[in-house]
Ligand binder design. Structure first.
Ligand code: SF4
Length: 465
């Protein structure tokens, strides 16, 4: 369900499993600085053994939809701290020949893409040509990347100032100490055990690690089942598929008592506390809304601090209404597109439709709650004119509070093929799309995470243009 919060940890897991990734650390920077280049960054290629080189005969370009295109200088930023590089087997990078100015393939090795860390939104995908027999790429984002004067650069923006999932903010020893302490405090709680052993220690889920560090947003996985069949589901993939899910799904439904036991102390003691249903290692939390309602009512008997959030596919407005009456504070509804046709092709929902998501968002507003969408950014589709118009209509219709602009973790060719997208209409460019939405809806918040209740009242947009 929650792509962004798990993908850093999932990336680490994939490294161990498939050995396709070469990790290269980079430094932290401000995303708002405008780079001045004497030429475009050079294209990168890999020898397939984890060694990455620059090709000084080619400039790096980006991809939107099916098309490769030059990237404007002012859209590049140095690869942020926590960013990684991927080598892409069976794919040849596309670049602009520095001598002729024509686009051509790099034949020296495999194409390379970047993983950009949470709080950042990419503007272009990596541009490459996929050879026959190339394996499907696992469920991560594949942002364009280049090399300029000793540094890696990516076309992206820091969309959120919050440091809650900053790579440098995690001390593995402190996480382990937190796990020991919490397990000792709640020895019979299955959910705490799941969060400790699977989420924090195995997947290194940033949200779970923050919980064991006693801070910010605390995850509450609750549902083993789902009522959608997303093409890129990170917690379940049929065996017939060419990819595997990056998380193992929760196998039990916790009791309300198990939820209340560890979330009340978190709300009482953590700084800027949020407790959030709907995590990457579960199905759809609204399917267990009765348990969630019971837990919310019980939590609020013990503490009025912090906020209670749900990350969801938004499929059950009736359940959302029950939860709002019980004391839910905010909702984040995930979507790959605001166009019902594209949404349905990707989510393949059972017994609900896009209109239900809209009703869920409106329901939360009706009860005075905070609404966000978890918007999967896929350059070429997200910034199409059709998507822009449909997003504007959704914002107007629902009086949406916030868009969390998250990079879509999926093999671009596989996604577009599965969706049977052959032609795309005109596109705006992701940067311009952000600017136009900002102009059109000055009160709408941009970000990457669910804001704590203290910030909702006075949320300052980090995005500038
Ligand atoms: S299939 Fe269900 S659990 Fe998987 S991503 Fe879609 S909504 Fe989330």
């Amino acid at each position: 369900m929650l792509f962004g919060d798990v993908y850093a940890s999932a990336a680490r897991r994939f490294l161990v499993i498939a050995m396709l990734i070469c990790i290269i650390s980079a430094r932290i920077v401000s995303s708002l600085q405008v780079m001045e280049f004497s030429h475009s960054p050079f294209l990168l290629y890999s020898d397939g053994q984890g060694h990455i080189f620059e090709d000084t005969t080619l400039y790096s370009v980006g991809r939107a939809g099916w098309d490769a295109m030059p990237i404007p200088d002012d859209e590049w930023i140095p690869l942020p701290d926590g960013g990684n590089l991927y080598e892409l087997p069976g794919r040849k990078g596309i670049g602009i020949d520095v001598r002729t100015g024509a686009m051509r393939l790099c034949e020296k090795g495999d194409a390379v893409a970047a993983f950009i860390p949470p709080a950042h939104t990419g503007f272009y995908l990596s541009a490459y040509e996929t050879m026959p027999d190339a394996p499907t790429l696992p469920l991560f984002c594949y942002t364009a990347v280049g090399w300029y004067k000793g540094e890696f650069y990516v076309p992206a923006i820091r969309i959120e100032r919050d440091i809650r999932q900053e790579c440098s903010g995690y001390d593995a020893d402190l996480v382990k100490k937190g796990v020991s302490h919490i397990i000792e405090a709640y020895p019979h709680n299955r959910l705490v055990k799941h969060l400790a052993e699977n989420c924090a220690l195995t997947y290194e889920c940033p949200a779970a690690r923050n919980y064991f560090l006693g801070r910010w947003e605390c995850p509450i996985p609750a549902s083993p089942a789902c009522n959608a069949n997303c093409i890129g589901c990170i917690s379940f993939q049929p065996e017939s598929e060419s990819i595997v899910s990056t998380q193992d799904r929760l196998t039990f439904t916790p009791t309300a008592a198990e939820i209340v036991e560890y979330t009340v102390p978190h709300l009482e003691t953590a700084p800027y506390p949020i407790v959030s249903f709907g995590q990457g290692c579960e199905g759809e939390p609204l399917l267990v809304w009765e348990t969630i309602r019971e837990a919310i009512i019980e939590i609020r008997k013990h503490t009025s601090k912090g906020s209670i959030n749900i990350n969801t596919n938004g499929s059950r407005p009736d359940a959302v209404e029950h939860l709002m009456k019980a004391g839910l504070n905010s909702i984040r509804v995930s979507m790959n597109s605001t166009q019902p046709e594209l949404y349905t092709k990707y989510y393949r929902p059972n017994n609900y439709e896009f209109a239900d998501l809209v009703t869920s968002l409106k329901t939360v507003k009706k009860y005075g709650g905070w609404t966000s969408i978890n918007y999967f950014v896929f350059p070429g589709i997200t910034d199409s004119v059709a998507e822009f118009e449909s997003l504007c209509a959704l914002i107007t219709d629902t009086k949406l509070d916030m868009i969390q602009w998250r990079n879509f973790n999926i093999d671009p060719d596989w996604y577009m093929g599965k969706m049977n997208i052959l032609e795309l209409g005109d596109t705006l460019g992701m940067k311009q799309m952000l600017e136009l939405i900002r102009e059109e809806f000055p009160d709408l918040k941009f970000g990457y995470y669910n804001p704590p209740i203290e910030r909702m009242a006075n949320y300052e947009n980090d995005f500038a243009h």
